[in-house]
Design a protein. Structure first.
Length: 261
């Protein structure tokens, strides 16, 4: 009796599990689709954080740009609509959970050609990582469903350098970084007030410092002689000729004929 009841309970539990799996798998893209995806748009209400929407759009757009267009594939655009944003259940109650719908609309006819609903849980609840891991989980589901390529992360390597310094040489000195002085703002300039003019009072110098004043004689320039002016000076200055007798017979001062030749 007990064994029969156990078998019945086991069968009912199995039926419940299968029904839950069938309901959760409804409207899902079961195999990767091949389309020429041209663009993506992410839509959500005000309850969804903006950084999560931006992270999904950036990752899916990078995957579209890095995917080579398949030959003769239908051109579509993707519409990602976030239906619910919250937390999980039971063991996932501390992890964020998102349910979203992806619709591929044809560019030629403007009608949906594929659609799928997904439920994604964040792989971590560490607040240091933000919502980037959750955005990566959503973008990974979209990339798999529409055969998009995972974008490669470009790593920039430092350039190779060649040195001619020997191993025995001392290490080159590294100059210390000079910190520029902080900028100082100029003080406001006050209105200029006129400065009173004060006459300087001469200060008498001591006698030891005062040098004696030497007055140079004034030399008058020679005056020009007027024309036909009488000659001045003695006979010698006038060009006269004479002779002096040394016999003492006459006096030239009193006798005008004493100097006659």
């Amino acid at each position: 009796m007990v064994a029969r009841s156990f078998r019945i309970a086991f069968a009912l539990g199995l039926l419940l599990v299968l029904s839950a799996c069938s309901l959760s798998g409804e409207n899902r893209i079961r195999r990767p689709l091949v389309y020429y995806v041209r663009d993506v748009t992410v839509m959500a209400d005000a309850s969804v954080p903006y950084d999560l929407i931006k992270g999904i759009d950036r990752r899916v757009a990078a995957a579209i740009a890095s995917t080579r267009p398949p030959a003769d594939a239908e051109r579509v655009v993707l519409l990602v609509k976030i239906d619910k944003f919250g937390t999980g259940l039971n063991a996932r109650r501390y992890f964020e959970q998102v349910r979203f719908t992806v619709t591929a609309a044809s560019i030629e006819i403007g009608e949906p050609v594929a659609a799928g609903t997904f439920t994604v849980n964040s792989p971590t609840n560490d607040p240091r990582f933000g919502r980037e891991p959750l955005a990566e989980e959503i973008a990974a589901r979209i990339r798999f469903a529409f055969s998009l390529t995972v974008p490669r992360i470009r790593t920039v390597r430092p350039p190779k350098t060649m040195s001619t310094r020997f191993a025995s040489d001392p290490a080159p000195a590294v100059a210390a970084a000079v910190t520029p002085p902080p900028l100082r703002t100029a003080a406001p300039v006050a209105a200029a007030t006129p400065t009173p003019v004060v006459d300087a009072v001469p200060v008498p110098l001591p006698a030891e410092i005062v040098a004696p004043v030497i007055v140079a004689p004034v030399v008058q320039p020679p005056k020009a002689k007027a024309r036909n002016a009488p000659a001045q000076g003695g006979p010698v200055e006038q060009g006269a000729r004479g002779s002096v007798r040394l016999d003492g017979q006459c006096d030239p001062v009193t006798d005008a004929e004493c100097l006659a030749p």
